[in-house]
Design a protein around this ligand. Structure first.
Ligand SMILES: Nc1ncnc2c1ncn2[C@@H]1O[C@H](COP(=O)(O)OP(=O)(O)O)[C@@H](O)[C@H]1O
Ligand SMILES: [Mg+2]
Length: 265
């Protein structure tokens, strides 16, 4: 039975429209295999699945390089993104050059930076899983992680205010340090929205610790920002963090006006 016949017959729909492995999967859309029994789907999307643990924001959960809303309006960027994704095989070859980092920038918000960062993250997780399975390797428990730097900073501020009650401070501190650890350890990470002016010295030191750890261990990251790398030293009031960010990193500028609200699903 085809996917369409299957659905016309009232059977439960296949999972290919809610699985980041779909474009790499021979069984995608096959009612006999692409269903709730699929273990690869569970490895991605169950409560402890690799994609679930990556913390991708709900709005961009299933975006891929092909389905990304920004693809059409940012053709130059997406030529680079397509080439970049082809370097993901290097993760399986010790002798290869390391996978680079990306810095996605536009002065205007709503040009598709976060969507694109999530698309690249989803591609990495799918590529990592499929590549490990093909080689008989065990995929990492959390191959990728999305760090919303603004939300992370808000957690920091929440437990560093004077006289904040323990029952508020403790969960915020726990969220903060857990996110910090995941962002350090994941093979691939997104750091969304960096380069805001109001980082305290301590928060900036923690951000530096995460980025430094990743750079030293050759773990690629995708940064998004409203500020070009060249302006970061001035914004941070120091050079070290910007130096780390620019290490083995390709800066891609997003053009045009804000598309926010145009294709929200
Ligand atoms: N080029 C585009 N065409 C259509 N919609 C877009 C485009 N870029 C972004 N969007 C939509 O605009 C909203 C904001 O996109 P987002 O990726 O968060 O932008 P940014 O991170 O650059 O601020 C999202 O709902 C996204 O789907
Ligand atoms: Mg954004």
């Amino acid at each position: 039975m085809t996917k369409e016949q299957n659905e016309a017959a009232g059977a439960s729909p296949t999972l290919d429209d809610r699985c980041i492995l779909a474009s790499r999967c021979k069984a995608a859309g096959d009612p006999a295999r692409c269903n709730a029994m699929c273990s690869a789907h569970a490895q991605m999307h169950s409560a402890t699945g690799r994609h679930t643990l990556a913390n991708v924001p709900q709005d961009y959960r299933l975006v891929t390089a092909v389905s990304s809303p920004a693809r059409e309006s940012q053709p130059k960027v997406y030529r680079n993104i397509d080439g970049y994704i082809e370097t993901f095989d290097r993760q399986f070859d010790e002798g290869e050059a390391p996978i680079k980092s990306l810095y996605l920038v536009s002065a205007t918000p709503g040009t598709g930076k976060t969507s694109t960062a999530c698309a690249v993250l989803n591609e990495y997780i799918a590529h990592h899983y499929a590549g490990c399975v093909r080689r008989g390797l065990t995929p990492a428990k959390r191959p990728g992680y999305f760090l919303d730097v603004t939300a992370w900073q808000a957690d920091y501020n929440e437990f560093n205010r004077p006289r904040v009650p323990d029952e508020i401070a403790e969960p915020a501190a726990k969220r903060y340090y857990t996110a910090m650890q995941h962002a350090k350890e994941a093979e691939f990470a997104v750091m969304d929205d960096i380069g805001v002016r109001d980082y305290s010295d301590q928060f900036r030191a923690d951000l530096h610790a995460v980025i430094n750890h990743r750079v030293v261990n050759r773990k690629p990251s995708v940064y998004t920002s409203n500020e070009p790398i060249a302006r970061l030293p001035e914004i941070f009031g120091e050079d070290r963090l910007a130096d780390r960010i620019s290490d083995l990193c390709v800066e891609l500028a997003f053009e045009g006006e804000s598309k926010r609200g145009k294709s929200r699903k």
